[in-house]
Design a protein around this ligand. Structure first.
Ligand SMILES: Cc1cc2nc3c(=O)[nH]c(=O)nc-3n(C[C@H](O)[C@H](O)[C@H](O)COP(=O)(O)OP(=O)(O)OC[C@H]3O[C@@H](n4cnc5c(N)ncnc54)[C@H](O)[C@@H]3O)c2cc1C
Length: 405
């Protein structure tokens, strides 16, 4: 019998999602979180249709619908010439119950899932507890944890590394994090003042191209958010100063008004995927396994998909008393690496290019292609299936059992 708990490193949205999926089915779980509370930062703010579908059986989609905003149009704009492509998400109405992007901060999602799991007896979340080392053998894993009362060892049946982009688990497994980092950083600022009083007809999700100062404008409940490029010669400190934050709002919205600031952070943009997703009984998921540009709202979403996919495999492994571990994890790694590379990277790179391309002719050509896609219902439908991750779920499945040879 597999009696020892599953250890999850990281109580971010992805770690909590798999903790919920496993504990709900009676598997004992211990979550280690190095901070004093799980995921307080707003960070991601979009839940795609495919993610809402995967969260529905846990009752989480309904909880999100109560607090989120439905974005049913996605705008592509140019800072000088205005709107050039308007994608109507209602084209997905025959594909999903959720033909929209649900706008809601990641921190709200974390609170919803955390409240659910803390109600259960078979799950323990250890805060201020940092995973620092791992040893494994054929039947389990021993984690070394630095907790509030000192360092101790913890035995588990498996260890799931959901410990974010700088993952300790990935480092301990010695896996390369292949890809690149953009030279420009993104400044993310949020205010309670409505942006549509400055830029009329804004959608809740807007990708605005400009060779120097592109914008990503998003609405969440109670606030508007703006992502803005920070050139390499400006320090993080300078970019985050009150004067620069106000200058950013003013330049983006073409005004001299002062804005109440509810959020400001600097975001380093990476496109990286781990060379391997598991070793023995230790598996990576979420940002620990892959990170991407935020232009597409895919990091959090694809991490939640990893968690649900892996939970199906863990449930089969526990149901079969530890059979097929390697085949399950190998199938997981192949499917989820394919999604990270062929869907998430390709969508987010394309969005980044159409917004930031410096050569005018190329930028205009990309904009023309995007406009043509949005204007043709068939092409727009296909584009929406892809960007909402419905296509990746159709192609790769979620938690598909390994093929018997
Ligand atoms: C500014 C910003 C905007 C973003 N916008 C979007 C968006 O619009 N859409 C989208 O889909 N994605 C977006 N993302 C990406 C999204 O936030 C991440 O993909 C998501 O947080 C990944 O979740 P995670 O649980 O894998 O990792 P994290 O959220 O990083 O959580 C990891 C957790 O592990 C803990 N931890 C780390 N190391 C250890 C350790 N050794 N021991 C114990 N605990 C540990 C951390 O404290 C943390 O709580 C954005 C990210 C940022 C920074």
């Amino acid at each position: 019998m597999l009696k020892e708990p599953v250890i999850i490193a990281g109580a971010g949205p992805v770690g909590l999602t798999i903790a919920e999926a496993l504990s709900q089915k009676g598997i004992d779980v211990i979550v280690l979180e190095k901070d004093d509370l799980p995921g307080k930062e707003w960070r991601a703010s979009t839940f795609h249709a495919a993610t809402m579908e995967l969260l529905e059986p846990f009752g989480i989609a309904d909880e999100l619908l109560k607090v989120g905003l439905k974005a049913d149009h996605i705008h592509y704009r140019d800072r000088k010439t205005g709107l050039y492509a308007d994608f109507d998400c209602n084209l997905l109405k025959n594909d999903t119950k959720y033909p929209f992007r649900l706008q809601c901060p990641q921190s709200t999602y974390v609170q919803i899932v955390y409240a659910k799991i803390t109600e259960r007896d078979n799950i323990e979340v250890r805060l201020n507890s940092k995973l620092v080392d791992i040893e494994q053998d054929d039947v389990g894993v021993t984690a070394t944890v630095e907790g509030p009362d000192g360092t101790y060892k913890l035995r588990g049946s498996f260890l799931l590394g959901a410990d974010g982009g700088r993952s300790t688990v990935r480092h301990l497994l010695n896996f390369k994090f292949e890809g690149y980092t953009l030279e420009e950083r993104f400044l993310l600022v949020g205010t309670t003042r409505p942006f549509d009083q400055y830029l009329p007809d804004l959608a809740y999700v807007n990708y605005v191209s400009d060779p120097e100062e592109f914008l990503f404008i998003l609405r969440v409940p109670g606030a508007w958010r703006l992502l803005w490029p920070v050139p390499p010669h400006i320090s993080d400190e300078e970019a985050l100063s009150e004067a620069n934050v106000q200058k950013t709002f003013q330049a983006a919205l073409n005004t001299t008004d002062t804005f109440p600031v509810v959020e400001h952070m600097i975001y380093h943009v990476h496109q990286r995927v781990a060379e391997k997703f598991y070793k023995g009984r230790v598996v990576l998921l979420g940002d620990a396994a892959h990170v991407n540009s935020p232009l597409g709202g895919l990091g959090l979403n694809s991490g939640i998909h990893d968690a649900i996919d892996l939970s199906h495999r863990m449930l089969r492994i526990f149901g079969e008393n530890g059979q097929n571990v390697d085949a399950e994890f190998e199938t997981y790694a192949q499917a989820r690496r394919a999604v990270a590379l062929k869907y998430v990277r390709s969508i987010s790179e394309k969005n980044t290019k159409v917004m930031t391309e410096k050569k005018e002719e190329e930028r205009l050509q990309l904009q023309r292609e995007m406009a043509e896609t949005a204007a043709d219902p068939q092409k727009a439908h296909q584009w929406l299936l892809n960007s909402s991750l419905l296509l990746s779920v159709r192609d790769q499945g979620i938690g598909k059992a390994p093929q018997v040879s």
